[in-house]
Design a protein around this ligand. Structure first.
Ligand SMILES: Cc1ncc(C[n+]2csc(CCOP(=O)(O)OP(=O)(O)O)c2C)c(N)n1
Ligand code: SF4
Length: 286
């Protein structure tokens, strides 16, 4: 007789064994449990890519949005209910390619949410094409003679675009990444964590072993995360050694939500709309 096995996040995962996405998932689960967040108050929004499956594996609210469009969806949800703890998951292809415009505008908008970028330097779900963060010269399926373009600098972009918390983590250091996610959540404003994520199938050049030899912690240097210019300079440090930690943080900028008088008392979703007549609108658009 056939046995029916219910597929749940506990017994089914579509990522390759050894994928860095597992480290990000573990750090995220650690962070929300250490923060004692009630699952009903947590929303995960992702884009499309291997990383985009992450909301499937956590028992909170989740939306897998369109490729590059996770940030607009997350911002809409936050505007509707600003009491939600919103975590947005992007890929380097998703967030720094097709979604880079949304990324810049989310930074300057400064809504209170955390964006976590699975940065594996490649389009992995589509089986290994060059992404906006692939190093110059790399041979991939889409650049058989080597990538001619220079990579974007997402951390410097985030800082100069107005993000109020900007950090880099590494999927192979789960404790450090957990602490970064907690700090990003505790920050009031738009927090970006770019996470170095080994893709064991399509980016063998940058393996765990390679990262282990190249990353160092900003906490072990005398970096001043409150200094804007120093943060931009640190984010432009693209040599042999790769800093991880908090590059920039400021508490001087109000969030978008707190400047909207209509939602000061309570979130939109809690407001009584029984007296609002929308029949005209319905007639016009439906
Ligand atoms: C509008 C649109 N364009 C292209 C695609 C095809 N597509 C799916 S995933 C992907 C790239 C994913 O790369 P990345 O965001 O880096 O995530 P990864 O798979 O590496 O985790 C592309 C181009 C799509 N789904 N939708
Ligand atoms: S292809 Fe790469 S990013 Fe996708 S699941 Fe496999 S190891 Fe992870």
């Amino acid at each position: 007789m056939a046995t029916v096995v219910e597929l749940t996040s506990k017994n089914f995962n579509q990522w390759c064994p050894g994928c860095g996405d597992f480290g990000i998932l573990t750090a995220f689960k650690n962070a929300i449990s250490q923060l004692s967040l009630d699952p009903k108050d947590v929303l995960m929004v992702s884009g499309i890519g291997c990383f985009g499956k992450i909301p499937h594996y956590v028992n909170v609210y989740g939306i897998e949005a369109l490729h590059g469009r996770a940030l607009p969806v997350a911002q809409g949800a936050k505007l509707a209910n600003h009491n939600l703890n919103v975590f947005v998951f992007l890929g380097d292809g998703d967030g720094y390619g097709i979604g880079y415009g949304h990324f810049v505008h989310a930074c300057r908008r400064n809504m209170d949410m955390v964006a976590i970028v699975h940065h594996n330097e490649v389009y992995a779900l589509t089986t290994g094409q060059t992404s906006p963060t692939s190093p110059k010269g790399w041979v991939t399926k889409s650049t058989p003679n080597g990538n001619l373009e220079l990579p974007v600098n997402p951390l410097a972009t985030a800082i100069v675009s107005g993000a109020t918390f900007v950090a880099r983590g590494y999927a192979g250091d789960i404790k450090h990444l957990t602490d970064l996610i907690i700090a990003a959540h505790n920050h009031k404003g738009f927090a970006v964590i770019d996470v170095l994520q080994p893709c064991v199938s399509f980016n063998p050049q940058h393996s765990y072993q390679w990262y282990q030899q190249h990353v160092y912690k900003l906490d072990d240097s005398n970096h001043n995360k409150r200094d804007f210019i120093e943060a931009v300079k640190k984010a432009s440090e693209l040599g042999e050694k790769i800093p991880i930690g908090i590059f920039y943080e400021t508490n001087d900028v109000p969030t978008l939500e707190e400047q909207i008088p209509q939602i000061k008392e309570k979130p939109l979703v809690k407001q009584d709309i029984s007296n609002v007549d929308i029949s005209d609108l319905l007639q016009r658009y439906l």
